[in-house]
Design a protein around this ligand. Structure first.
Ligand code: UDP
Length: 500
């Protein structure tokens, strides 16, 4: 047990923290990483999820248990029938149709009842629930059992602060989509277009989804505090400002992916399969330092085929080695035909690897041959690149991704943008049609800025390395995130009922 925790082992053994992630890889993976870090402080942690999601990280949890961590994984059945979700689908990225988005959110919130039944049997009785903000029904659970609830947001303080300030100022209400505006109340000047804002600022006709989103916002405000997968040194000014304007407690405890220390842990993150991982590592071993481009547009991969083809052609035009994760791309049939029948895969053979399954992203990013990461700027991917010291080539799509692009391109200056101008919201790809926003030439140019002889390229790499070192230090003993994790544990231990 760490000596910094000012509490005796008896009080610690009474502590029991529940971690309940939302069912999508970008939410489950960081929550599991965070749960592992918590339990390594000798605090009892129970992760609750559904069977098909549990399979993805059971091996990793078993390994923690073997090494003495007081962590366990419990399962509740996914209410497929109750919400009209086909059997076998328990995770957002496996939804057969985007028309089921609302049903999926309902299903996740229907888990409230089985989770409550489980909670009643737990010993010691839970001291706290850390849950994803997308399961607002757990706010009622926490109230019912009189235990504090903490939100695990999955994004960063910049995103939280931007959303809060834009909402409060209502600045977006009088703007046209193409209008630029300066985000109010930030320590840095960040301007963006209204069309780049998250979907919460563009409510659609689906009233059910709108109501759920409002419920999510309300439950965020009611929570005891927010755990954030980020580190204070990276978010200079945003953490304090967010706390100031909202009065929320915030604990930055990341980068949590660094909880996966050895290559096996990294390879198994999100998948049981690490045979392929060895193949990728062997292939990467054959390339010089900083020479390979890694391309992955997230676990949901919703870019239109025409746009993906432009990305592919841009990669091809660079003549550089690359790994491209094409897994489950939107309209996959069209993409697969182009990759195979139109000859892309054959043309890039030897210097380009296409990953059709789950990529061991954290492992790949940590390989010294990786010289740049073309990313959709999902927060996990962005942070994983930052703490691997890899410069980013940014291709944001929706949600917080345009804010994240601003952070890496303008604030910490470790990224170069490809030039995406407008968000295409998750599930609205059909509205966007069959076109593309950035051409192969835009893609090639952005890659060359980072990988070629582009101006400031060495300085960018040095800055990337500096932030990677800061991220590593943050979660080591005595680092800012390490201390925040201890503070989180102490706060949970001492919280008074009127505080939540
Ligand atoms: N990821 C991975 N392999 C893949 C695709 C994604 O390991 O083939 C991981 C990635 O490392 C990250 C998460 O899935 O931790 C994706 O989260 P992110 O916030 O970047 O984007 P999202 O998928 O939620 O849009």
């Amino acid at each position: 047990m760490t000596q910094e925790l000012a509490m005796d082992s008896t009080s610690l053994s009474n502590l029991h923290i529940l971690c309940i992630p939302f069912m999508a890889p970008g939410h489950i993976l960081p929550m599991v990483d965070m749960a592992k870090l918590l339990a390594r402080h000798n605090v009892k942690v129970t992760i609750i999820t559904t069977p098909l999601n549990a399979i993805q990280f059971k091996t990793s949890i078993n390994k923690e248990i073997e090494s003495g961590s007081p962590i366990q994984l419990l399962e509740v059945n996914f209410p497929n029938a109750g919400a009209g979700i086909p059997k076998g689908c328990e995770s957002l990225e496996t939804l057969p149709s985007m028309d089921l988005k609302g049903n999926f959110l309902i299903a996740v919130n229907l888990l409230q009842k089985p989770i409550e039944e489980l909670i009643q049997k737990l010993e010691p009785f839970p001291s706290c629930i850390i849950s994803d903000k997308h399961i607002p029904s757990l706010a009622d659970t926490a109230n019912k059992f009189k235990i504090p609830r903490i939100i695990f947001d999955g994004t960063n303080c910049l995103n939280l602060l931007c959303n809060h300030n834009i909402h409060a100022s209502k600045v977006y209400e009088t703007l046209y989509d193409s209008d630029q505006f300066v985000i109010p109340g930030l320590p840095h000047r960040i301007a963006m277009k209204k069309s780049q804002l998250p979907v919460i600022f563009k409510p659609g006709p689906n009233q059910l989804l709108n109501r759920l989103r409002q419920r999510i916002r309300d439950s965020e405000v009611e929570a005891y505090g927010i755990v954030v997968n980020s580190f204070e040194e990276l978010e200079d000014g945003y953490v304090e400002e967010y706390q100031n304007v909202t009065g929320h407690k915030v604990w930055c405890v990341g980068p949590v992916s660094l909880s996966n220390k050895d290559d096996i842990e990294k390879a198994q993150r999100g998948s049981k399969n690490f045979i392929d991982a060895n193949e990728y590592v062997n292939w990467l071993n054959s390339w010089p330092k900083n020479s390979v481009i890694y391309v992955c547009l997230g676990s949901l991969n919703r870019v239109t085929p025409k746009q993906l083809m432009e990305i592919g052609l841009g990669l091809e035009a660079t003549n550089r080695p690359f790994i491209w994760v094409v897994r489950k791309a939107y309209k996959w049939g069209e993409m697969e035909k182009w990759l195979l029948e139109d000859g892309f895969e054959e043309r890039v053979k030897g210097r380009g690897i296409l990953i059709r399954g789950w990529a061991p992203q954290v492992l790949i990013l940590s390989h010294k041959a990786i010289g740049a990461f073309l990313t959709h700027c999902g927060w996990n991917s962005t942070l994983e690149a930052i703490c691997a010291g890899v410069p980013l080539i940014t291709f944001p799509m929706f949600s917080d991704q345009f804010y994240n692009e601003k952070l890496v391109v303008q604030v910490i200056e470790t990224g170069v943008r490809v030039g995406v101008e407008n968000a295409v919201h998750f599930g609205d790809e059909d509205e966007f049609g069959d076109g593309f926003q950035v051409s192969r030439e835009n893609v090639r140019e952005a890659i060359e800025k980072v990988m070629g002889e582009g101006e400031g390229k060495n300085e960018r790499r040095e800055r990337a390395k500096k932030y990677a070192d800061m991220g590593k230090k943050a979660i080591e003993q005595g680092g800012s995130s390490y201390l925040n994790m201890l503070k989180l544990i102490e706060d949970i231990m001492h919280v008074k009922p009127f505080e939540f």
